[in-house]
Write a protein that binds this ligand. Structure first.
Ligand SMILES: [Zn+2]
Length: 378
């Protein structure tokens, strides 16, 4: 039979719930009809919410081999030191873990991913995948003298992704790890989508305000001179904004220590900002969560990300929704479902194809059960 009809507890179309409605899907996964339940008496009953498949707005597929290796709750600086010490591995091992993680994401209902990459090792996997990827080729280097070298490497990686026919653009790692010179080169490269790790630790604020705190130790440990850097006396996002393209989608990831003043600043200075929440990774690394009620009330669209298997137990958006629901029961599930579907598709420029249940669309379709397990229906 070419069509299948389902009657879920509720349908979520990307922006709102529909009750007492069925959805009929073709064997190719195209939405054929959404209609009142009495029209389709033989629909299969589903215990859960049917919605478009999810968008993971922040992942590092190439770190999948670090699953269960890095200790939890060390704080960000300890985590970065561990990543730098452990990330080197045999290419075969890295590829094998990435391929497995890619397959697992699809099974867990993820249709599209904004993936951060420092190398092109995941390019062949992404090309073959059932998941759609936008690759943010990440570059970093806090000393101005290495800006050109680092940028050239990023351009080469970017080129390898584009040669595979994949969407990609160059982005900065974080405010504390990119020099003004490197920020300017990234801006000139003009990627359509920008992303940055933002305010992931309290140390970031202290570094920019006073040139004090954990980052001094990190740079000492790495042998990077900070002579060129002086405290701006402003928050990190305020300090770097003059170097950023402010007219395009900009994914601010983590925002664990983002304040009300930062939110107001971001609203005033960026045309299309998004706050991406990676709750399980925040708990893993810093054992803290962003001021979620502040981010929800900001009117800046929210996204959900898993970060990598180096800092998460699984790459599952459903697990992120579960955590956020447990910690913030007062916030409507609608907020997280929209973040995980329509908002993510919009940030990627794919809102006409993904993230919504609408007749004629083929967004991938999932059922999210009350225990947050996922059944993929298309
Ligand atoms: Zn990340």
């Amino acid at each position: 039979m070419p069509y299948k009809s389902y009657l879920p507890t509720a349908l979520f179309n990307g922006t709102e719930f529909l009750y007492n409605h069925t959805i009929t899907v073709t064997s190719e996964g195209v939405v054929h009809a959404i209609e009142p339940e009495q029209n389709v008496p033989d629909a299969v009953k589903m215990d859960g919410i049917i919605c478009a498949a999810f968008v993971n707005a922040h992942c590092h597929l190439e770190l999948s081999h670090l699953h269960q290796i890095i200790p939890q709750k060390t704080g960000l600086v300890g985590f970065i030191e561990q990543i730098l010490a452990c990330r080197q591995a045999d290419d075969t091992l890295i590829s094998k873990a990435a391929l497995q993680a890619d397959g697992a994401m699809y099974v867990q209902g993820i249709q599209a991913v904004v993936d951060i990459s420092n190398t092109a090792i995941t390019a062949p996997i992404k090309k073959q995948s059932s998941v759609r990827y936008y690759t943010c080729v990440e570059t970093s280097g806090f000393h101005p003298a290495i800006a050109e070298t680092r940028f050239t490497v990023a351009e080469q990686v970017w080129q390898l992704f584009t040669e595979h026919g994949l969407l990609a653009g160059i982005v900065p790692h974080a405010p504390y790890s990119v020099s003004t010179e490197l920020f300017q080169l990234i801006r000139q490269a003009g990627a359509a989508l920008q992303s940055i790790h933002n305010q992931e630790t309290a140390a970031e604020h202290r570094f920019f305000m006073e040139k004090q705190g954990d980052f001094l130790q990190l740079y000492q440990h790495l042998g990077v001179s900070l002579e060129h850097f002086s405290a701006s006396g402003k928050s990190s996002i305020e300090t770097i904004t003059p170097q950023l393209a402010t007219d395009r989608p900009f994914i601010l990831v983590h925002n664990t220590f983002t304040t009300e003043e930062d939110v107001a600043f971001i609203k005033n200075h960026f045309a299309q900002p998004y706050f991406c929440i990676c709750a399980n990774a925040n708990l893993y690394i810093e054992n803290s969560l962003p001021n979620i009620p502040l981010l929800v009330s900001s009117a800046i669209p929210l996204l959900l990300g898993t970060d990598s298997l180096a800092s998460n137990h699984t790459l599952s958006i459903a697990e992120e929704i579960k955590t956020l629901t447990q910690f913030f029961p007062e916030i409507s599930l609608q907020v997280w479902l929209q973040a995980a579907t329509y908002n993510g598709a919009r940030a990627m420029g794919l809102e006409h194809e993904l993230g919504k249940l609408a007749v004629g669309k083929q967004p991938g379709i999932v059922c999210l059960h009350p225990n947050f397990s996922v059944t993929r229906l298309a």
